[in-house]
Design a protein around this ligand. Sequence first.
Ligand code: NAG
Ligand code: NAG
Ligand code: NAG
Ligand code: NAG
Length: 495
Amino acid sequence: MSCIRSLVLLQTSTRSLIRRFVLFVAFISASLPACVGEAVSPQRCVVWGPGLDRDPVVPVRYFYIQAVNSKGENLTVSPGKDTFKVKISPLDKKEHVRIHVPPPLDRGDGSFLMRYRLYGSSQAGLSVQVLHGDAARFPLSDPMIPHFSGPVYHEYCDCPEPDASRWRSVMQCPPQEPQIQADFESFPVVDLQLLRQEVLRRFSNRGGLVHYAIIGNRVFRRTLGKYTDFKMFSDEMLLSLTRKVRVPDVEFFINVGDWPLETRTEGAVPILSWCGSTDTRDIVLPTYEVTHSTLETLRGVTNDLLSVQGNTGPPWANKTDRAFFRGRDSREERLQLANLSKEHPELLDAGITGWFFFRDREKLVGKAPLVGFFDFFKDSQYYEHFYVHLKAGAHYVPVRRNLSDLLEKIRWAKDHDAEAREVARAGQRAAREQLQPPRLYCYYLQVLQAYSQRQAGRPTRHPDMEPVPQPDDQAAACTCGRERPPKEPEDREEL
Ligand SMILES: *[C@@H]1O[C@H](CO)[C@@H](O)[C@H](O)[C@H]1NC(C)=O
Ligand SMILES: *[C@@H]1O[C@H](CO)[C@@H](O)[C@H](O)[C@H]1NC(C)=O
Ligand SMILES: *[C@@H]1O[C@H](CO)[C@@H](O)[C@H](O)[C@H]1NC(C)=O
Ligand SMILES: *[C@@H]1O[C@H](CO)[C@@H](O)[C@H](O)[C@H]1NC(C)=O
């Protein structure tokens, strides 16, 4: 028995407002040897995700495949990493679109993550075939498939959706982001005139600020200070966003340094930063690592937020039941952690990977080699944009900052395996949900919208701001069928 699920990414022009994407599923039976592990029932496999829809444009499109057995139950362990094969091709065989289609990533829990990257736009639409067992040809001439029309745009296509609220619904943005609401509470009004003066006066010597204006959906900027190389990350995100959706006219400052800046409560200015803290008023954006890894997924970046879903290590039952920590010596508690680890190696494996702040202690504690893994240790007043969605006890096991209850918590986790497993699962689910690529784009747009609604004064391209151009190479070529934003007259600049 083999399962062939074929999905066609297409638009039916007549009913496009109701259902712009038609899912076509074909089953073809053939006698094939049974697959690895528990038998997968071909007809019952479930396929879902934004990559099966034409409209949500993200650098790497993706969807999920859930393996299901003959009783209709979801498999909870992997049926083997080669269980499914996926073929993606333009519906119109005359259309040449380069599509990078790596094999599905086994998430180890009975589900698979399928990613693909388009290096061109498809006017006609795409055919997506999910094959279980041996590949078989999908009948493209099938009369059941109605009328196809694309277009399916790729990442570099400069083709913004003019209606931001429509874009938000396509991307399934949450209506509100609690962190954005909280961050803007201090800023009912953003007086641009005052902002320009105050930021220059108070922060221009900090060296890590970039002054942006987005006017007519074009990005302009100037840098303030020497340490602004990381503007490449804010540039690439803003360019990627403006290729997808029309952004309101805004003028703002991004702090590309490591730490938030605004410590005032009275007379605070809204600065966008990649890191927030309970002691500052900066408006937090997804970190540049999260942003960059999303943009560069499948282009050589290791540990991007999609591929880590497949690298979850051994199944729960086989995991080492010890707490694990690696990190730099940035806080004294971390040294204590390494110390505790020596006393209780059966409970804790903690090591310091780099010594910068407490070098005199290195001899005593020693140095551990670096390991690649996803750090989720919540130990300070600093936070990222999605931490607000994580609840102590539900998504992670909270530990006191002075570590006085650490061993107790680890022993608890060892003695309550089922509960600990549920916390790990919930934490993983929350991270997968919050860090999925469409969410990051939503977050950026929502910050810029909230900001623009509060702006007083006209966002302006200043004379020393340079345009940040969209890529102008072969990869950017596309035929955009959407309404173009009106061109801004060039002479409407002011100081
Ligand atoms: C099986 O998995 C799919 C996809 O995650 C989910 O929508 C469905 O509710 C699950 N079914 C059961 C019976 O748990
Ligand atoms: C998990 O442990 C079991 C029993 O020790 C072993 O048979 C199995 O191969 C292990 N699985 C993995 C993925 O390490
Ligand atoms: C490590 O723990 C021992 C025993 O509790 C203590 O005497 C020592 O000062 C600790 N060292 C550090 C570096 O914290
Ligand atoms: C650790 O912090 C808690 C409060 O969070 C306090 O009650 C406790 O006394 C502290 N322990 C040590 C050893 O400082």
